[in-house]
Design a binder for this molecule. Structure first.
Ligand SMILES: NC(=O)c1ccc[n+]([C@@H]2O[C@H](COP(=O)([O-])OP(=O)(O)OC[C@H]3O[C@@H](n4cnc5c(N)ncnc54)[C@H](OP(=O)(O)O)[C@@H]3O)[C@@H](O)[C@H]2O)c1
Length: 253
């Protein structure tokens, strides 16, 4: 028996980067994993086939979480998909990982950029949780992906850091609200991690400067973050809730 056998998981933003690593890990541990993507559905489909070729179970679903009706559409599509594949729409694990960043100081942030940042990073997880709560089984798991940018002041994260801070506040509130159902709610806050979110980093001077400020002496990799999320998703983490766990290799400590 694998540790997540019979569990059903939705991972948002799992077509690439950290979310993809999480989806792979949960599936390798026995969960049926739904990979949500938006623009990279080809990659999401490739991920499903790769998981299946390794004996895992997965499916892909598209949703634009920047849109007002994005979370509701995702709930509908997830419902149909799970009924079709598993005969039941219920799930055990929700990983709110999808995120966007536009690096700008406050002077340069437009209202449209602010809305996009808040919509994807905070509003979508909020309404996704609201929509899925009736289908989230007791003893379930909600894991929200924030950023170490809520602890360290990076002026270029003027809209992003407040959005992620809101997600962390929501985590604590929901941990109290859902505790009676045995549902744990936690946040994982990555440090600088090598994904498509940081295309400017590859081999750059900025990467070397960042590494100089990381105790463990390298940038994060998607698997570094995914291992901690997978831990929180399992039975071993049953007594961990309302926590914000930074996974940054000790960046800017
Ligand atoms: N990488 C880092 O250094 C770092 C540091 C701290 C926190 N984080 C957080 O970690 C999480 C994952 O980041 P990552 O580095 O893996 O980023 P990434 O490689 O850029 O992947 C982002 C994911 O989010 C999805 N997404 C973006 N906009 C979306 C939208 N409007 N609707 C639905 N899905 C959308 C993307 O889907 P498509 O590609 O299919 O459109 C993609 O799967 C994010 O919440 C991010 O804020 C990352």
């Amino acid at each position: 028996m694998t540790r997540l056998e019979n569990k059903v998981a939705l991972v948002t933003g799992a077509s690439q980067g950290i979310g993809l690593a999480v989806a792979r890990k949960l599936a390798a541990q026995g969960a049926f994993v739904v990979i949500q993507g938006n623009r990279s559905m080809q990659a999401a489909g490739d991920a499903v086939r790769d998981i299946e070729s390794h004996g895992g179970r997965a499916a892909a679903v598209q949703a634009d979480l920047a849109q007002e009706d994005g979370p509701a559409r995702l709930c509908e599509r997830l419902d149909a998909l799970l009924r079709d594949r598993l005969g039941c729409p219920d799930l055990d694990i929700l990983v709110n990982n999808a995120g966007v960043i536009k690096r700008e100081p406050i002077e340069a942030v437009t209202p449209a950029q602010f809305d996009l940042t808040l919509n994807v990073n905070l509003k979508a997880p909020f309404f996704l949780i609201q929509g899925l709560l009736p289908r989230l089984r007791d003893q379930g798991r909600i894991i929200n992906v924030s950023s170490m940018g809520t602890r360290v002041a990076f002026p270029a994260m003027a809209a992003y850091a407040p959005a992620k801070a809101g997600l962390e506040a929501l985590t604590r509130l929901l941990a109290a609200h859902l505790g009676p159902r045995g549902i744990t709610v936690n946040t994982v806050s990555p440090g600088l991690t090598e994904t498509g979110m940081n295309p400017q980093l590859a081999g750059s001077e900025a990467a070397q400067q960042a590494i100089a400020g990381i105790a463990l002496g390298r940038l994060g990799r998607p698997d570094d973050i995914a291992d901690v999320i997978a831990f929180l998703a399992g039975e071993e983490a049953r007594w961990v809730t309302a926590q914000c766990i930074e996974v940054s290799g000790g960046q800017r400590i």
